[in-house]
Design a protein around this ligand. Structure first.
Ligand SMILES: NC(=O)c1ccc[n+]([C@@H]2O[C@H](COP(=O)([O-])OP(=O)(O)OC[C@H]3O[C@@H](n4cnc5c(N)ncnc54)[C@H](OP(=O)(O)O)[C@@H]3O)[C@@H](O)[C@H]2O)c1
Length: 248
């Protein structure tokens, strides 16, 4: 069955690459108006131009989601300029791996900034608008790393386990105001995400994932569209998607 999101407004953070870009495009192709948030303004502006050239509706809003004022402004502008806010996809994130001992602690702050505060601030800004509208859906992109902890992934695990716990709490809070919440937990996906790691970490990751064909960003976008296109009485709480060849 074709998914039809016409008349809906979807705001996607981290829309400048990978899963966020694929999700925004898939939502636009399904008829939604989309608000694109990320720090790299030229990337989201290019994506907005592409969507509009294809006959869709999109706005690019340069945003650092870990800065409360910017996160709030992203959500408020999406709602004000596109007329409503049906779905917020909290997808922006960074993954900086390696042992705790001797880790550059700046990497921890970058992860907590985007993966934790980004999700909190955007959700906080969206809830009141969704309550007033009488409906809404918040999708939080966590990870298999939000379900399974590993040595060398401690702070990324902390942020993604945190997203899982926050999502479940938010889901329960949202029941009373008509807001659904979904946690999406991807396994390995071929995106820019690992590229920000130190060379020795990249070597370890290459060994761990040798022989695993990663998912494409579009595979996760399909899971997100599945969750947000259900009838109002159906709440998809959690979707864990690994590549077929990925064990743990
Ligand atoms: N790829 C995987 O294997 C995998 C597996 C499990 C979960 N995930 C999760 O999926 C999500 C998307 O990652 P991806 O794989 O698509 O990687 P990606 O291609 O690197 O995309 C990450 C996105 O997050 C944005 N971002 C990072 N920090 C930000 C900030 N402070 N403010 C606003 N935007 C920020 C980036 O945009 P700018 O740099 O332009 O700001 C980019 O658009 C992340 O939450 C990640 O943890 C990925």
């Amino acid at each position: 069955m074709d998914i039809d999101l016409s008349g809906q407004v979807v705001a996607v953070t981290g829309a400048s690459s990978g899963i966020g870009e694929a999700t925004a495009l898939a939502c636009a192709h399904a008829g939604a108006a989309v608000a694109l948030g990320a720090r790299r303004g030229e990337r989201i502006e290019g994506l907005a131009q592409q969507i509009m050239a294809e006959g869709g509706r999109a706005i690019a809003i340069p945003t650092d989601v870990g800065e409360e004022a910017q996160a709030s402004a992203f959500v408020a502008r999406a709602h004000a300029e596109l007329g409503r806010l049906d779905v917020l996809v909290n997808n922006a994130g960074v993954m900086l791996l390696g042992p705790i001992e001797n880790a550059p602690t700046e990497e921890w702050r970058r992860m907590i900034h985007a993966n934790v505060f980004g999700v909190l601030y955007c959700s906080h800004a969206a809830l009141g608008l969704m309550r007033a509208q009488g409906s809404g859906h918040i999708v939080n992109v966590s990870s298999v790393a939000g379900r399974v902890a590993r040595a060398g992934s401690g702070v990324y695990n902390l942020t993604k386990f945190g997203v899982g716990a926050f999502s479940e709490s938010l889901r329960q809070e949202g029941v009373a105001i008509g807001v659904r919440v979904t946690t999406i937990e991807p396994g390995a996906v071929a995106t820019e995400l690992p590229g920000h790691n130190r060379p020795q970490v990249l070597e370890q990751m290459a060994k761990r994932f040798a022989g695993v064909t990663p998912l494409d960003a579009e595979d996760i976008a399909r899971a997100i569209l599945y969750a947000i296109s259900q009838p109002p009485n159906v709440s998809i709480n959690e979707v864990l998607v690994r590549p077929s060849g990925q064990g743990a």
